[in-house]
Design a protein around this ligand. Structure first.
Ligand code: UGA
Length: 466
C-alpha cells in the first residue's frame, strides 16, 4: 500500500521503518528542515537500536522516501499522523495536531484512510470527526474514513514491538462504509495478532490504560519494597514468587528510582489533569504519581544517610543518565532530578552514561554537574556511588576494583540490579530498595541477567547515532 507518515519523531520513524519492512511504500513527511536533512543524509535524529539499519535498507530499496512537501500525500492510500501531543509540562496540547490536520486533510484523496497514531487526550476524541469533516467541507471535499491506531512500542525495543505486536487496536472515529477498517486490516496483514476494532474513545483509553497500569505496577512494587525494608524481606524474592502467578505476572514489578521517559510520567499526570477537569477523583493515579516522585528523593536520602547525614562537600558518582538502558533519551529521566537534588543539598556530582549523545545533552541541561567520558573518571575518589540506570556496563563492573578507586563505601543501587552479596564482599555498604544484604537470592540474579541480555541485544544492534 502507499502510506504517508506525517511527523518523523520517535513514533513516526518506527512506524515508517516497520511498514516498509512489511513491503509497503512509505513516504515520510517532516516539516523541520534540519531533521529532514539528517534523514536524507542517512542518519536518524533519534537513537533506537536497529532502526538506522532498517531505514537505510529501505531507502536504498526505494521503499522509503522523505519529503517536506505535504502535497505529496494526495496519492497515499493510508495517511498516518504521528505528531506530538505533550505540552512539555505534564499536560496535553492539541495545537500541533489540529494545525497538521488543517493542512493535510484538504489534500487527501477521497478513498484514503486517515489514521491518528499520536497519543490523544480522551477529551479531544469527541471533537475529532466534526473537526475533520469541517476541514473537508471547507475545502469542498467529501468526508473520509478516520481511525485511531495507538502505538504500544517501548523505546529500545520498538522495532520488535512494532513488527510483532501482541494486539493491534483500531479505534473508529468515522468509517461509514467500513472502508477504513478494511484498509487497516490490509495494512496490518503481516501481523499474527488480534486486530481489535473498537469505538474511538475505547481505543484511546486502551492506550492510556495500558501505560497507567504499567505505571501502577511500578509504584506498587516500590511500595512493596518499602514494606520489605520494614520487615527485613527481599523484594526480588517476593516479586519472583508473586510473578509466577499468571494473574500477576513478573513484568514491571522492579522497584528502585521509579519510572521516567516521555510516556509513563506524562500520561499519569495528564490523565490526572483530564480527570480533575471533569471533577472525577483519581486517588489511585495520584498515589502512583506521588510514590514515583518520592522514589527519586528517597534515593537521594539513602545516599545522604550512607554518608552520615550530610551531602555537603561530598563527591557522588552517578551511574547512568538516560531514563532506561538502550536509549539516549533523557526526557523525565530520574537521574536528572536526582542530580539536581544532590547539587542543591551541597554535593558535587560526577556522572557517566555509556551513551555519548546522552552525555552531550546532559552537559547542556545540567551545567552544575560534571559529565565524564568514562566510568572510572566518575568513580575516582567518590565518597558514594548512586546507580540510576541499569546499563550492563555497570552491572559488569569489577566491583573490587571500583572499591579501590573510590574514597567512601556507600553504594545505592537505584535499580536493584547488583548482587548485594557481591557488592558487600567488595567492601561496600550496599543499599537497594527493599533488598537485604546477606540474603542474596537466586531470583534477583535472574532479573539482572534478563535485563543484561535485553540491553546487550539493544546495544549490539545500534550505531550510536542520537
Ligand atoms: C512505555 C510503554 O511501556 C510502551 O508500551 C508504550 O508504547 C510507550 O510507553 C508509549 O506510550 O509510547 P517506554 O516509555 O519506552 O514505553 O518505557 P518503559 O519500558 O515502559 O519504561 C518506563 C520507565 O519505567 C523506565 O524509566 C523504566 O526504568 C521504568 N521501570 C520499568 C521500572 O522502574 N520498573 C519496572 O519494573 C519496569
Amino acid at each position: 500500500m502507499r502510506v504517508a507518515v506525517i511527523g518523523l519523531g520517535y513514533v513516526g520513524l518506527v512506524t515508517a521503518g516497520g511498514l516498509a519492512e512489511w513491503g509497503h511504500d512509505v513516504l515520510g513527511i517532516e516539516v523541520d528542515p534540519g531533521r529532514l536533512e539528517t534523514l536524507r543524509a542517512g542518519r536518524l535524529p533519534i537513537h533506537e537500536p536497529g532502526l538506522d539499519g532498517l531505514i537505510a535498507r529501505h531507502i536504498a530499496g526505494n521503499r522509503i522516501h522523505f519529503a517536506s512537501d505535504a502535497h505529496l500525500v494526495s496519492s497515499a492510500q493510508v495517511v498516518i499522523i504521528a505528531v506530538g501531543t505533550h505540552d512539555g509540562n505534564g499536560g496535553w496540547q492539541t495545537d500541533t495536531i489540529r494545525r497538521c490536520l488543517g493542512d493535510i486533510v484538504p489534500m487527501l484523496a477521497d478513498d484514503v484512510v486517515l489514521v491518528i497514531r499520536s497519543t490523544l487526550p480522551p477529551e479531544f476524541v469527541p471533537t475529532l470527526a466534526g473537526f475533520i469533516d469541517g476541514v473537508r467541507a471547507a475545502a469542498d471535499r467529501s468526508p473520509i474514513p478516520v481511525v485511531i491506531n495507538p502505538e504500544f512500542t517501548r523505546e529500545g525495543n520498538a522495532i520488535q514491538d512494532f513488527l510483532f505486536p501482541e494486539r493491534v487496536v483500531i479505534g473508529v472515529v468515522r468509517d461509514d462504509v467500513g472502508a477504513g477498517v478494511r484498509s487497516m486490516r490490509n495494512l496490518y496483514r503481516a501481523v499474527d495478532a488480534p486486530i481489535l476494532t473498537l469505538p474511538a474513545a475505547d481505543a484511546v483509553l486502551a492506550k492510556l490504560g495500558s501505560n497507567l497500569f504499567l505505571a501502577t505496577k511500578i509504584s506498587f512494587a516500590n511500595e512493596l519494597a518499602a514494606l520489605c525494608d520494614a520487615f527485613d524481606a527481599d523484594v526480588s524474592s517476593v516479586v519472583d514468587a508473586m510473578g509466577r502467578d499468571k494473574r500477576i505476572g513478573p513484568a514491571f514489578l522492579r522497584s528502585g528510582v521509579g519510572f521516567g521517559g516521555s510516556c509513563l510520567p506524562h500520561q499519569v499526570t495528564m490523565t490526572i489533569r483530564s480527570a480533575e477537569q471533569r471533577a472525577i477523583d483519581v486517588p489511585l493515579l495520584r498515589a502512583v504519581d506521588q510514590i514515583n516522585h518520592d522514589q527519586r528523593s528517597s534515593f537521594v536520602d539513602r545516599l545522604e544517610r550512607g554518608l552520615g547525614g550530610s551531602l555537603k562537600g561530598r563527591r557522588i558518582a552517578l551511574l547512568g543518565l538516560t531514563f532506561k538502558p538502550g536509549t539516549d533519551d533523557l526526557r523525565d529521566a530520574p537521574a536528572l532530578t536526582i542530580a539536581l537534588s544532590l547539587v542543591t543539598r551541597g554535593a558535587t556530582v560526577f556522572a557517566y552514561d555509556p551513551m555519548p549523545s546522552a552525555r552531550t545533552a546532559a552537559r547542556r541541561i545540567l551545567p552544575a554537574i560534571t559529565v565524564t567520558d568514562d566510568v572510572w573518571s566518575a568513580l575516582s575518589n567518590a565518597d558514594a556511588i548512586g546507580l540510576v540506570t541499569e546499563w550492563p556496563e555497570f552491572i559488569d563492573l569489577d566491583w573490587s576494583e571500583v572499591r579501590r578507586v573510590v574514597r567512601g563505601d556507600t553504594l545505592v543501587d537505584g535499580r536493584n540490579v547488583l548482587d548485594p552479596a557481591t557488592i558487600d564482599a567488595a567492601g561496600f555498604n550496599y543499599t537497594g530498595f527493599g533488598r537485604q544484604v546477606g540474603t542474596t537470592r537466586a531470583p534477583s540474579r535472574t532479573v539482572a541477567q534478563k535485563l543484561q541480555s535485553v540491553a546487550v541485544g539493544s546495544i549490539a544492534s545500534s550505531n550510536g547515532f542520537g
